[in-house]
Design a protein around this ligand. Structure first.
Ligand code: AGP
Length: 612
């Protein structure tokens, strides 16, 4: 989950690397460090905690160097201490390295190195990698490039790293072994290496994405050479124009990225819909026309995702069942069973970042079984979009807050449009039904806007409920995933324990939890489950459970039966998840603000989970 930022060029490296690291801080923020090369030696500066601590220490030392490697860490091997912060270096201080991902067989490599006399100062797999590269160089009298090529096949797990050898002071080596790295280039032949291409905004004019199994060798004032990490064969560098813009990485007038991104949903859901459906209701950019036969005949659809993206997949089960009469299996990527897949199946992989290791592994396994993969992703050019057969983009813009919000509703928009297309191609929907559906979905952004206006009311509820130690979130049907999502949001940003439950399932055990100390956040809108929802709600209030109900405007039945109400506009039942999720996001945000947690960078979390 870490962030890598490196630079080689004519300017002083440290302020550039520091700025790029700040943009990457959402990927991991328990420690940070920079190594700067001057007079042929790498001097390393590290601090525990957020990048601000490193910036403070560097501003006093004002280090100089035209080549540097930087890193912001989410701890995997070894606690979040200064000594375990990257960059790491070999025992003889010749090799320095910043690394994202994990070397799963680190302990085996460490045993061999200890037998060879190496000692270690920290507890990370990265330090072992630095020493292993050095060990190979000493043993074979080879250059760092040969060491990387010969070491790469030994590394189990997925990694991306940038390494430097003091004996090659003007070179950097970037290697992608199942992670993500982007090389940026400016018109003044400066090179930047980052784990997220958005961090290159304002510095690089072009970029290239390192594919899995590629090494970029960058020599100051010379060039960037791309190699295959196993054959060492030189590969063409396909530079692309960098479209990232720095301002989307700013909070603007909002106190937190999470609030900004919650309020962006009206516009980005509209943009995502308009990107796929034009005003005449014609599908755009779906690039699935040559899949029509396959879609008409397919027996099952498998959705693979993690976290919030998995919740979007659960909602989509209802979209595809109702509109395309297609059974959907929505699998946690980390629990995916490829044995159940064959070449007839279509996989939809949902991921905001496109870097989630669990999702990437599952997609790889599905492709090996011959399945076709559609990705729904928010980062064009990410590992997932480069792996899928077809990629459909959410137009949410960079999502910086670790708690995913606008990515979720834009994922729903893509999934809904896809389910309608599948329905048409499977002759389950008629043209006039499709036209009505497009009119309905185009109304959703305006309804989201209305709910956002109830922010102050939800903020009051947050003040009232902020001290409860536990919370239940309840919903039925297509709103059951919203209960799961609402619970995840509250947990992530406020650290309150919350559990999402099917309201119908409550009476089969969890109702034992209900008392005055266990409030319930209930999605109780006018859809096909309404009467049962009222029953479930009464089962809770009969046991002194406090209820916050998200309900359709002016619904007196629910108003009379809940302690607190969050009204939302009516909409076609299948579309309620677009709306019912908004109050859960705002509630989680305001509770977290009341509790003073680090809302955009909650403890223990990171934005892209690039480790298994
Ligand atoms: C959601 O708020 C979390 N940050 C997390 O569950 C996230 O949804 C999950 O890690 C999947 O990330 P992805 O969508 O980038 O694959």
């Amino acid at each position: 989950m870490c962030g890598i930022a490196s630079y080689i060029g004519h300017r002083n490296a440290y302020p550039l690397i520091l700025e790029m690291l700040k943009r990457l801080e959402y990927r991991g923020y328990d420690s940070a460090g920079i190594a700067l090369c001057s007079q042929g030696k790498m001097k390393i500066y590290k601090e525990q905690g957020a990048i601000a601590a490193l910036a403070e220490s560097l501003s006093k030392q004002k280090p100089k160097g035209n080549l540097g490697i930087g890193h912001t860490r989410w701890a995997t091997h070894g606690p979040a201490t200064k000594i375990n912060a990257h960059p790491h270096y070999s025992q003889n201080r010749r090799i320095s390295i910043v690394h994202n991902g994990t070397v799963l067989n680190y302990y085996k490599l460490k045993e061999g190195l200890e037998k060879a006399g190496y000692e270690f100062y920290g507890e990370t797999d990265t330090e072992i990698l630095a020493n292993y590269l050095d060990y190979w160089q000493q043993k074979n009298k080879g250059k760092l490039l040969s060491a990387i090529i010969n070491t790469a096949p030994l590394l189990k797990g997925h990694s991306a790293f940038v390494a430097h050898d003091n004996q090659e002071p003007d070179s950097l080596y970037a290697c992608n072994l199942g992670g993500e790295l982007f090389v940026g280039r400016s018109q003044e032949s400066e090179y930047f290496i980052c784990s997220d291409k958005n961090a290159l905004a304002g510095y690089a004019d072009e970029y290239l994405a390192l594919e899995n199994g590629q090494i970029a060798v960058i020599q100051k004032d010379i060039n960037c050479c791309l190699l295959n990490s196993s054959s060492a064969e030189e590969l063409p560098c396909s530079w692309e124009k960098l479209k990232a813009s720095a301002e989307t990485l700013e909070k603007g007038s909002y106190p937190h990225f999470m609030l900004k991104e919650i309020f962006e949903q009206e516009n980005v859901v509209a943009k995502t819909i308009d990107n796929l459906i034009n005003d005449n209701g014609q599908a755009l950019n779906l690039s699935l026309n040559n899949w029509r036969q396959k879609i008409a005949k397919m027996r099952k659809l498998v959705i693979i995702a993690c976290g919030t993206s998995w919740h979007a997949g659960l909602v989509a089960k209802h979209f595809f069942a109702e509109l395309a009469k297609l059974p959907v299996y929505c699998e946690y990527a980390s629990e995916f069973l490829p044995e159940s897949i064959d070449a007839e199946d279509i996989i939809i992989a949902i991921s905001q970042s496109g870097s989630t290791a669990d999702t990437l592994q599952a997609v790889q396994a599905a492709k090996e079984r011959g399945a076709s993969v559609i990705s729904i992703c928010n980062v064009d050019g990410s590992a997932l979009t480069r792996t899928a057969d077809v990629s459909l983009l959410t137009i949410a813009g960079p999502e910086i807050g670790v708690a995913s919000t606008k990515a979720f509703t834009t994922q729903l928009a893509v999934l809904y449009i896809l389910s309608v297309r599948f329905g048409r191609w499977r002759n389950q929907l008629k043209a006039n039904e499709e036209k009505k559906i497009w009119q309905e979905i185009k109304m959703i952004p305006g309804k989201i806007k209305k709910i956002l206006l109830s922010g102050p009311e939800i903020e009051k509820l947050a003040k009232k409920y902020k001290d409860y130690p536990n919370f239940l979130f309840l919903g039925r049907g297509q709103n059951f995933p919203i209960a799961l999502e609402g619970a995840l949001k509250l947990k992530e940003v406020s650290y309150i324990h919350a559990e999402g439950l099917s309201a119908g399932e409550m009476k089969h055990g969890s109702i034992a939890l209900i008392d005055e100390q266990m409030p319930s956040f209930f999605i109780a809108v006018k859809d096909g489950q309404y009467d049962k929802v009222i029953n479930n709600l009464l089962e809770i209030s009969a046991r002194q459970g406090h209820i916050i109900a998200v309900t359709t405007d002016k619904d007196q039945i629910i108003i009379d039966r809940a302690d607190d109400i969050i009204p939302i506009p009516e909409c076609p039942p299948l579309l309620y998840p677009f709306l019912t999720v908004i109050p859960t996001q705002l509630f989680a945000y305001y509770v977290a603000r009341e509790r003073g947690t680090n809302i955009d960078k909650p403890r223990n979390l990171a934005k892209a989970v690039t480790v298994e």
